[in-house]
Design a protein around this ligand. Sequence first.
Ligand code: DGY
Length: 325
Amino acid sequence: MRPKILVTREVFDETLEYLREHCDVDANQEDMALAPDALMKRLADKEGVICSLTDRIDAALLERCPKLKVVANIAVGYNNIDVPACSARGIMATNTPGVLDDSTADLAWTLMLGAARRITEVERYVRNGEWKGWRLKQWLGIDVHHATLGIIGMGRIGQAIARRAAGFDMRVLYHNRKRVDEEIERKLNTRWVSLDELLGKSDFVVLQVPYSPETHHLIGAAQLSKMKRNAILINSTRGGVVDDQALISALRNGTIRAAGLDVFENEPKLNPAFLDLDNVVLAPHIGSSTEATRCAMAMTAAKNAVAVLIGSTPPNLINAEAIRS
Ligand code: DGY
């Protein structure tokens, strides 16, 4: 009997073709997130699921899916999955590291450059027909080149962001729970500093830590008040790492200069106060969203799932303890 797998959201045709070579596929190609009840019903008889960060895979759901062997997330972050609950049931959970590092780093840079040069403000100005001519002091931004970049979270994506800084002659500081290898520090021309030192010295602060109870509101009012008044904050990792209400106040009061945000608390219902602020560049969680990268992410998830369903260990297993339990 071929294993049954559910694909919760629209994926690429080639992903489905690959899955169909190995499994009976139930695909939600309408691309509407399944409501919890519908997800439960469709997953009840499945051995595998390809899901995304909009699907909550929690203990209550897993309880109703006795055949489930693999939860393959199409994302590198997996805060939508209750991993301990998977492990306790011997269900392998996987993610998609590696394939999205460069695209996500590019987006962080897009936000940095966009916020520094006020690109969304000037775009609105031009489109509204308000541009009447050149002026010396028109739409002054700040320089990215030769500025200090502070990266919080020096994993693969943080490192990809740091690599790009060399082209802008930036000084790069980083903060991470653990220092990275000296060889990497040397190659990236970066040094570890405390969080407070990073906040106090950086012109651009980029967040690249995964979301977890430990990183919840890592940046709140106290941290924002330690940043330079001319600094720009970039969050392209996960909503919840920043206290959005505190950030809104800081942007309103001029505690910091500007922000570039791809992720929000409670997205997509972001705090409407952001919409009234000119000094924030807003994007709808598109960090990894290029054709090639999203396709690679979906295929990686499919390969992880199929590996489990044919009895091997998936390349991107998050919970090795699932095998032992
Ligand atoms: C990830 O991979 O965690 C991204 O946020 C999904 O786009």
